[in-house]
Design a protein around this ligand. Structure first.
Ligand code: NAD
Length: 244
């Protein structure tokens, strides 16, 4: 497939599980990609924009840097994210700053900078990565859930506000995905990741948790012309397993 030939894309969290799959899928469909992460050395892409999303100047400047490197900017995927665990009374100021900084403030800054750029070139598509846990509460991850709820809400608002500029802004809301984020969480809690992933898979009606490619395909759909009439949607990608 080369339906994204000539398009350019900025992907944050490009070195992580879902981000790497998105970069690969975009390039396989003909897009040129600017990969953003703390270290994109191992990521094959047309441009590498390394930095820390907690640095406001870096986040503010990413869309322009991607447009400069690639000639224009058609697609932004705000995928980078962090998970902090625990109820509110076990959440430190540092956890709060990290979670809100990476999961909410950085995508806000990137959208705010990308929108006028895209409007000036006739439109574009932004896909944010929320979570099922942003749509309904999950246990023991209060601040993470709140940040994912915030990005889902911001997406719905921006989807309405910027459709008239030809900019479609949507989000995906995955349930569990087999990525370093999930696997390191198991390790930290003393579980073998392979066993834990297999066990978790049995709780999903489709019989397995998601692989990064399952989420990347939906992100690409939302970024592509096949989704040309979708604005402000938060698409749940959960194998039939909602958060209860
Ligand atoms: N894995 C899951 O089960 C799951 C479920 C629902 C939603 N999500 C969301 O999917 C997205 C991708 O997660 P993943 O599972 O691929 O995680 P991951 O940990 O594999 O990748 C996240 C990437 O974000 C980057 N990142 C984090 N903080 C950064 C910072 N300050 N500056 C620059 N880059 C930074 C990391 O370096 C990493 O490469 C996240 O937004 C996450 O919340 C994941």
């Amino acid at each position: 497939m080369s339906d994204l030939k000539g398009r350019t894309a900025l992907v944050t969290g490009a070195a992580g599980g879902i981000g790497a799959a998105v970069v690969k899928a975009l390039r396989a469909r003909g897009a040129r990609v600017a990969a953003a992460d703390r270290d994109t050395g191992g990521v094959e892409a047309e441009a590498h924009l390394d930095g820390d999303l907690l640095d406001p100047a870096y986040a503010d400047g990413l869309p322009a840097a991607a447009a400069k490197a690639l000639g224009r900017l058609d697609i932004v995927v705000n995928n980078a994210g962090v998970i902090t665990r625990g109820p509110v009374d076990e959440t430190s100021d540092a956890d709060w700053d990290l979670s809100v900084g990476v999961n909410v403030q950085a995508p806000f800054r990137i959208c705010r900078a990308a929108i006028p750029l895209m409007a000036g070139q006739g439109g574009g598509a932004i896909v944010n990565v929320a979570s099922c846990w942003g749509l309904r509460p999950g246990p023991g991850h209060a601040v993470y859930c709140m940040t994912k709820s915030a990005i889902a809400s911001l997406t719905q608002c921006m989807g309405m506000d910027h459709a008239h500029q030809g900019i479609r802004i949507n989000a995906v809301a995955p349930n569990e995905v087999n990525t370093p984020m999930l696997r390191t969480g198991f390790l930290k809690r003393g579980f073998d990741p392979d066993t834990a992933v297999a066990e978790l898979g049995r709780t999903v009606p489709l019989g397995r948790i998601a692989e990064p490619e399952d989420i990347a395909d939906v992100i690409l759909f939302l970024a592509s012309d096949a989704a040309r009439y979708i604005c402000g949607a938060v698409v749940e990608v959960n194998g039939g397993k909602p958060v209860k």
